[in-house]
Design a protein around this ligand. Structure first.
Ligand SMILES: [Zn+2]
Length: 590
């Protein structure tokens, strides 16, 4: 964080969240202890957007957005955390000077070099000697206007084309190496610099401030790899960037919908056809960061992929990533070709018809399972049941039972009976489920429950520091939050749930913290809840150790068996004691 913590603290104390939010939510009205109004993040007719002055937090029971005053501003203004602190600071009259962000000279130098490289490639594309590259693009169907608008270029089939241009401009080549677009080798004590991209059509990749942070290069003739990107560097981090977003951002925000295609050419093809809310990940499946980026500016994402199976697999991976985000994701599959060729051949209307018919993720999965297991009814049902088991809504599940009954021409009751039999065979995990993610194991859930409890009842933190060390955390999300709690505690700063959002303005941690608020964590005796969680965690650790010793005894029959047996016995006794505490409901002292 670039802004000093005490400045943030000062601003937070002066800002009453209900007053700040009222500026954006005019319907906000007092109701009991809280304020409620129409949610600014989703369309609704009856208010489910709640602001708690006590907790200095907001939460929407409709779309599950939630957080503190800074989170609210970043979401509603589409800015990052630092920006949001500045905005709140302005409102309450505590200005945050703009120069708190350290001037990063190297960063801007790298961007400058990328810009020069980009110019040199654009120039090369127009050289008569490189006519084949321009022809390739034009024959492919890229318009002259798109070539200019997306600043496409060509890296000639030479080792030192860009390198020499930079050298002649007195640019430090070692600095250029840091962009990843110039390579460096040392051979028999001589340093050689050479171009990363050779004989490739070049697609500059921009960040949201319209700076060139990297390049994608497509080979013209045969050869591998077909696409080559700049390597990851200080300026280029693939996970956080979407190709085309610099141009499409405004359109996506206005339409509330983003169309995600697979490749750079697809973006250009769809864009030049007049559909401007289009982006692509950089040669990988969509990442959580990319989806979060989109979820801040729109509420619907349609992933459209080619007819081939590689794209489908990639899109399924994206679905897993998306499950925890409050964003409506749909999948559209083209019957043939890729988006570029499809829109060129069949036109915008045909393309949009497929977009508008995009499936819900569950439907898409079921369709795939049925298509891949033609005729094998038992296999289909087993796999479909696995998908249905993870749906949180019972109503929705019933809807799919009905659908399956129609597909297989059996009664709904028969499907339901099979499903019940199927789920009974599956082991269920005990304990309160803190998150909807069923893949979390019991131990991870306990860790998450613990950190939420600590945020809500900070008086328990000093006990936790004794009972539970950071190294006992296996769940990264819970661990990160616990680390932040420890930091605050050590600095003697008060710990509150809303403050935790400063450390985690977004991501999995923020989602977990939001749940801590929405669940209205309230325990008659938080100490009992605390000791239950701690005991459960200890029990888990002991069980793990018991298993380890049992394994060792199996493997090591002669030498240390007596020692292991004794250890095992001690552990078993401890376990018994703990278990009896737990079954007598938290009578342990803390
Ligand atoms: Zn909402």
């Amino acid at each position: 964080m670039a802004i000093p913590r005490d400045t943030i603290e000062h601003i937070r104390q002066k800002a009453a969240i209900e007053d700040i939010i009222k500026r954006y939510v005019p319907t906000l009205a007092k109701k009991g202890k809280n304020y409620v109004g129409l949610c600014p993040f989703h369309k609704e007719k009856t208010p489910s957007f709640t602001v708690s002055p006590d907790k200095q937090m907001f939460y929407c029971f409709g779309c599950h957005e939630g957080g503190n005053v800074f989170t609210f501003i970043s979401k509603v203004e589409h800015v990052d955390f630092v920006e949001s602190v500045k905005i709140v600071g302005e409102i309450v009259g505590i200005p945050v000077r703009d120069d708190v962000k350290p001037q990063n000279d190297e960063y801007s130098k790298l961007l400058k070099i990328n810009e020069l490289i980009c110019k040199s490639y654009r120039k090369a594309l127009r050289m008569p000697a490189n006519r084949h590259a321009l022809d390739y693009l034009l024959n492919r169907g890229v318009t002259e206007q798109s070539i200019d608008e997306f600043e496409l270029g060509y890296a000639p089939d030479e080792w030192r084309y860009a390198t020499d241009i930079l050298k002649n401009m007195n640019i430090s080549l070692d600095m250029a190496v840091k962009t990843g677009n110039i390579n460096k080798v040392i051979k028999s004590d001589t340093t050689h610099y050479y171009d990363r991209f050779r004989n490739r059509v070049i697609f500059p990749i921009y960040d949201q401030k319209n700076e060139i942070i990297g390049f994608g290069g497509r080979i013209i003739e045969q050869g591998e790899p077909k696409y080559l990107n700049s390597p990851e560097s200080t300026v280029f981090q693939k996970r956080n960037i979407l190709y085309g977003l610099n141009k499409s951002r405004q359109h996506i925000a206005e339409l509330g919908r983003a169309i995600v295609v697979e490749g750079y050419l697809d973006v250009i093809g769809v864009y030049q056809a007049g559909i401007h809310n289009v982006v692509a990940p950089l040669g990988t499946a969509l990442t959580l960061e990319q989806l979060q980026l989109l979820s801040r500016i729109c509420n619907e994402v349609i992933i459209v992929f080619d007819a081939d199976s590689a794209g489908i697999k990639a899109s399924l991976r994206s679905l897993d990533v998306a499950e925890n985000l409050n964003i409506d994701i749909r999948i559209a599959q083209l019957p043939q070709l890729d988006p570029f060729d499809f829109v060129a051949k069949f036109g915008v209307r045909e393309f949009m018809a497929i977009i508008d018919k995009a499936s819900q993720p569950v439907d898409f999965r079921i369709e795939r399972i049925i298509a891949e297991n033609k005729g094998k009814q038992v296999d289909i049902l087993k796999q479909v049941f696995t998908v249905l088991r993870d749906i949180p809504s019972e109503v929705q599940r019933q809807h799919y039972f009905k659908k399956l009954a129609t597909i297989f021409q059996v009664t709904e009751q028969a499907i339901r009976t099979d499903y019940e039999r199927f789920t009974k065979g599956q082991k269920t995990s005990g304990g309160a489920i803190v998150t909807g993610n069923t893949a979390l194991d019991f131990y991870a859930k306990s860790q998450r429950e613990l950190v939420l409890l600590l945020c809500n009842y900070p008086e328990l933190v000093e006990h936790a520091l004794v009972d539970c060390s950071l190294s006992q955390f296996t769940d990264t999300v819970a661990k990160n939050i616990y680390q932040a709690i420890i930091d605050l505690f050590e600095k003697n700063e008060p710990i509150t749930l809303d403050k935790m959002f400063d450390f985690f303005p977004e991501g999995m941690e923020a989602q977990l913290l939001t749940q801590g608020f929405s669940k209205q964590f309230a325990f008659e005796d938080p100490k009992i809840a605390y000791s239950e969680i701690i005991l459960n965690m200890r029990l888990y650790t002991i069980d793990k150790k018991i298993n380890e010793f049992a394994e060792k005894i199996k493997k090591d029959k002669q030498d240390n068996i007596q020692y292991y047996m004794t250890e095992l016995e001690v552990l078993r006794r401890e376990r018994e004691k703990l278990a009896s505490y737990i079954y007598n409901k938290g009578s342990a002292k803390i």
